[in-house]
Write a protein that binds this ligand. Structure first.
Ligand code: GAR
Length: 192
């Protein structure tokens, strides 16, 4: 199975997926790594690993891609033979061109126990709400934000004295274990 990975940030989830592949624990291939942020860490990691990368240039919008740019992304993913699109810290809303091209083939990791705390900086939302337990969720992507069918979740405790940074770091450790495991399970089901 071939993955296309999309990210906007430092790429620690992508790095965890790559480590699992290199350790022989995840029998998939990464066919393309794309980012909407020129210079994003995820692109550097991909290049260091010798993987093909794509930088998306979107001058018009901040929260989504314009249809033409999203169509160019679809074309690149299809040309690379991608079976499953993995959002790893991709901070734009996925729209029609991608959803039509990859029905139930786009997954996302979100740093909360969905349906709680959708949207931006979910760990800060959890801290402000005073919940005792935070976590992370892997889910299918649909046309809304962080609402798609849930595939798996991991709970993470909120500890006394936690700051946004310490809580997010603990959630990210859980993400790095959860995401490769869910992708492996999906690969077993979806493998041609
Ligand atoms: C991760 O914590 C991920 O859950 C979050 O962005 C971070 C990316 O980190 N995604 C979202 O908030 C999506 N709504 P990374 O670049 O180190 O993988």
């Amino acid at each position: 199975m071939k993955l296309g990975v999309l990210g906007s940030g430092k790429g620690s989830n992508f790095a965890a997926i790559l480590r699992a592949i290199q350790a022989g624990e995840l029998p998939v291939e990464i066919a393309l790594v794309a980012s909407d942020v020129p210079g994003a860490g995820i692109l550097d990691l991909a290049r260091s690993a010798g993987l093909p990368t794509l930088t998306l240039h979107e001058p018009r919008y901040r929260t989504r891609l314009s249809p033409e740019v999203e169509e160019s992304l679809v074309a690149a993913l299809q040309a690379a033979g991608v079976d499953l699109v993995v959002l790893a810290g991709y901070m734009r809303v996925v729209k029609g061109p991608m959803l039509d091209a990859f029905p139930r083939r786009i997954i996302n990791i979100h740093p909360s126990l969905l349906p709680a705390f959708r949207g931006i900086a979910a760990w800060e939302q959890a801290l402000q709400a005073g919940v005792p337990t935070a976590g992370c969720t892997v889910h299918y992507v649909d046309a809304s934000i962080d609402t798609g069918e849930i595939l798996a979740q991991t709970e993470v405790p909120v500890l006394p004295g936690d700051t946004a940074e310490t809580l997010h770091a603990r959630i990210q450790q859980a993400e790095h274990a959860l995401y490769p495991r869910v992708i492996r399970d999906l690969a077993n089901v979806l493998a041609p």
